[in-house]
Design a protein around this ligand. Structure first.
Ligand SMILES: Nc1ncnc2c1ncn2[C@@H]1O[C@H](COP(=O)(O)OP(=O)(O)OP(=O)(O)O)[C@@H](O)[C@H]1O
Length: 692
């Protein structure tokens, strides 16, 4: 960069207010003296107000009348801008001015010079004209004046030269200053470039930082939102905690109230305690007295315990005695007994034909002990005369049609007791089809109509439970079989009837049948469901073969084994409850025409005769003691061998129809039952022993 110095003023006249005349004279003198035109620029006064600074022309020693040695002696003015020290970069202020600075100095203005020679000539002519008009004195004066003016001019020139020197020095200084400024400018530019680079670096860094910052801001925002959520949840927690706190405070306040009340109560209690302590002294005395009484009572209690133990021993002895006596009574009653039961007329029979519903002439003469039954039958004699016959039978018990199941069982329950005592018991229901055998043995669905089997089982369980206190523990199991056409079927099994072969095995007084289901029994209800199962299986079989159930024997067996932990006794009894097949005769049943029916009836009759034979043989044996008992003649007698021996108790319930139409069959049944009733089985033997 080059500095421009101020250009000179363009005004052509800087000489000041000279009079035109004098001016003309001067011009002429100058012309005459050969001085030439004065440099007007050098005459202009720098200190004149309103004048601008005119840079001087570069001076040389030849063109100036100021000796070169004077240059530099003038004390330089201090430049207005100084960076410090004598000069920039240590350069002296007296250093020579660079040429380039010189080259830019402003040339003197052209306008100050006379423009044409014709003008000058016109001026000289005019002065000569005017000089011719003035005198020599005046010329002399003018010359004097010119001389003075020249002297003054010389002085002024000297002054101007001096000023020029000063100005030159100033210019030098300014040039130096300019150089310094350039240098500084360069430095400043270098610094600026450096700064720009730094700024660029910084810009880059700032951008990086901004990116980093934005990332951090994002992270911070995420953190902030997370923290916000945490704050919200904490606020929720705080709310809950505050609610809890309020509750706790309420609780505390209520507790405080309670404590206050308790304190009051405590005071009251303390007062009462004090009163009680006072009373306890009295009580203590009484307690001591009571202790003495307690000691006495303990002694008495011990004596009572001993007495109780003795009584329990006696009770056990009494139980054994009771069993013996019970058995004796049963023996006295006879080990084979027969009950007779006449069923009522059924509603269905009343609505059928009048002849079919006609009642037989049955009466019960023994109104006190109910042991007799009387039947009047009408028959035609050989002479064709009508003949009435009166039949009287006596049994252990006779039940009239209105007798309930409970009344019948009352007489049988003794046998259930015997079974628990360790005897084999066999109860038969005998009679023609439809006489009421199944009703007697199994009964109806209600509690009132429950038959002998469920009642006997219930009795056995309740007696067993009662004997627990006397040291007896019993286990029971049951099985339910059917004998049809001399084939054994398992009523609790799963297979088809008449398919599986079951064998009867006797071993040391106990009877077992192979491949039959034996169910352990824990409660009477289990027995009831067991009976229902057997009944349903029998019903299915009956559907397949009409009237099958009437033509088969069913045998329910309950085996009881008991042990007495105190007396170390054991016993085993068996209760057989048998529903026999219909006992009607071959002719009356009309079976002769049907081959299958004939076979059924033959088998039924065979087994029933075998039963009669066995009972008869047993009666004879007890009299002569050496009689073969034909148990093997039928499956029924063979199965019941151990329950029909002289060591067992047998009960036959003879079921009779009340109808006149069944009178013949009823008489046959009555005769059979009488035969059985007249048989004595001998002495029943208890299957009991003492474990050593
Ligand atoms: N004592 C009684 N009270 C009321 N109804 C009875 C009585 N005895 C039997 N019955 C009824 O008489 C009908 C025949 O009885 P039940 O079936 O017991 O005879 P059953 O001799 O077993 O015949 P089956 O040999 O065909 O099995 C049944 O409807 C039964 O309910």
């Amino acid at each position: 960069m080059s500095s421009r110095l101020p250009r000179p003023a363009s005004s052509p006249d800087r000489l000041g207010p000279l009079p035109n005349l004098k001016r003309k004279a001067v011009d002429q003198l100058e012309e005459d003296d050969g001085i030439g035109p004065l440099k007007m620029s050098a005459l202009s006064h720098p200190s004149k107000p309103g004048s601008t600074f005119r840079p001087p022309r570069p001076l040389t020693a030849s063109s100036s009348n100021i000796p070169p040695s004077n240059i530099g002696t003038t004390k330089p003015r201090v430049p207005p801008i100084r960076s410090g020290g004598p000069g920039v970069n240590g350069r002296s202020t007296n250093a020579p001015i660079p040429k380039s600075t010189r080259a830019v100095s402003a040339p003197p203005p052209k306008s100050t010079r006379p423009t044409t020679t014709s003008g000058a000539r016109y001026g000289a002519t005019r002065v000569k004209t005017e000089a011719a008009a003035i005198g020599p004195d005046q010329i002399q004066d003018l010359r004097e004046e010119i001389k003075d003016l020249r002297a003054e001019q010389a002085a002024k020139n000297a002054k101007v030269a001096e000023d020029m020197d000063v100005e030159k020095l100033k210019v030098l200084e300014l040039q130096q200053l300019h150089a310094q400024q350039d240098e500084r400018l360069l430095q400043a530019r270098t610094a600026e470039t450096e700064s720009r680079r730094l700024v660029a670096d910084l810009q880059e860094k700032i951008e990086d930082l901004q990116k980093k910052h934005s990332r951090e801001i994002m992270t911070c925002e995420m953190d902030q939102s997370r923290l916000q959520r945490q704050i919200e949840s904490l606020k929720d927690d705080l709310r809950i905690s505050e609610a809890d706190l309020r509750r706790e405070r309420d609780t505390i306040s209520s507790l405080k109230t309670a404590i206050a009340e308790q304190s009051t109560a405590q005071v009251t209690l303390e007062a009462r305690i004090a009163a009680l302590q006072a009373a306890s002294g009295n009580i203590q005395g009484k307690l001591d007295e009571s202790d003495m009484n307690a000691g006495r009572l303990k002694f008495e209690l011990e004596q009572e315990r001993q007495r109780t133990s003795e009584l329990e021993d006696k009770l056990r002895e009494a139980e054994t005695l009771r069993r013996k006596l019970h058995n004796t009574i049963q023996e006295l009653k006879g080990n084979i007994r027969v009950f007779c039961r006449v069923r009522p007329v059924l509603p269905s029979e009343l609505t059928s034909s009048p002849s079919g519903s006609e009642l037989a002439a049955i009466s019960f003469p023994d109104t006190k002990e109910h042991r007799e039954i009387s039947i009047v039958s009408s028959a035609e004699s050989a002479t064709g005369m009508g003949r009435k016959e009166n039949w009287e039978f006596a049994f252990d018990k006779v039940f009239e049609p209105q007798a309930t199941q409970a009344e019948v069982f009352e007489e049988i329950s003794q046998l259930a007791q015997s079974c628990i005592d360790g005897y084999n018991v066999c109860i038969f229901a005998y009679g023609q089809t439809g006489s009421g055998k199944s009703f007697t043995m199994e009964g109806g669905p209600t509690e009132a109509t429950a038959g002998m089997i469920p009642r006997a089982v219930e009795q056995v369980f309740s007696v067993a439970a009662a004997l627990k206190s006397k040291g007896w523990e019993y286990k029971m199991e049951g099985q339910f079989l059917e004998i049809y056409n001399e084939t054994i079927n398992d009523l609790l099994g799963k297979g088809e009837f008449d398919k599986k072969k079951h064998e009867i095995k006797h071993d040391k007084g106990s009877t077992r049948v192979t491949d039959v289901v034996t169910v352990p029994l824990e409660s009477p209800s289990e027995v009831r469901s067991l009976l229902m199962l057997a009944h349903s299986r029998r019903t299915v079989a009956s559907t397949l073969m009409n009237e099958r159930s009437s033509r088969s024997h069913s045998v329910f067996t309950l085996r009881i084994s008991g042990t007495n932990g105190v007396t170390r006794e054991t016993c085993e009894g068996t209760l057989n409850l048998v529903d026999l097949a219909g006992s009607e005769r071959l002719n009356s049943s009309g079976a002769a025409a049907d081959k299958d029916r004939l076979k059924e009836t033959q088998n039924i009759n065979k087994s029933l005769s075998a039963l009669a034979d066995v009972i008869g043989a047993l009666g004879e044996k007890s009299e002569r003691n050496e009689k073969h008992i034909p148990y093997r003649n039928s499956k029924l007698t063979y199965l019941l061998q151990n329950s029909l021996s002289g060591h067992s108790k047998t009960l036959m319930v003879l079921n009779l129809s009340p109808l006149a139409a069944h009178l013949g069959e009823s008489l046959c049944s009555l005769r059979f039952a009488t035969k059985v009733n007249n048989t004595t089985l001998g002495t029943a033997r208890k299957q009991a022993r003492v474990v050593s």
